[in-house]
Design a protein around this ligand. Structure first.
Ligand SMILES: [Zn+2]
Length: 82
């Protein structure tokens, strides 16, 4: 069996193992191809949502995995709220 990762070149096995498409996990591979850090649930205005933060550097080995430009480009492709 071979595992194929088409969107992201992982810098290390720790990151590859940690990133999941499950939105409940701590590190999430977003539809845009970005890796997002899940900061947990936050209740705001009576609604509970998941707070996500973009990260530039791998939390395990410190490699830059996505630049500000990557993040902006990916987020620009996603509809944002004003
Ligand atoms: Zn790494």
């Amino acid at each position: 069996m071979t595992d194929e990762h088409e969107l992201i070149n992982f810098c290390c096995e720790e990151l590859e193992d940690a990133v999941s498409s499950d939105p409940e996990d701590a590190l999430i591979e977003h539809d845009s191809g970005l890796i997002l850090l899940n900061l947990g649930h936050r209740e705001e205005g009576g609604e509970t949502g998941i707070v996500l933060a973009t990260i530039r550097f791998c939390p395990f080995c410190g490699t830059e995995i996505q630049t500000d430009e990557d993040i902006e480009a990916a987020l620009g492709a996603v509809e944002t709220h004003d």
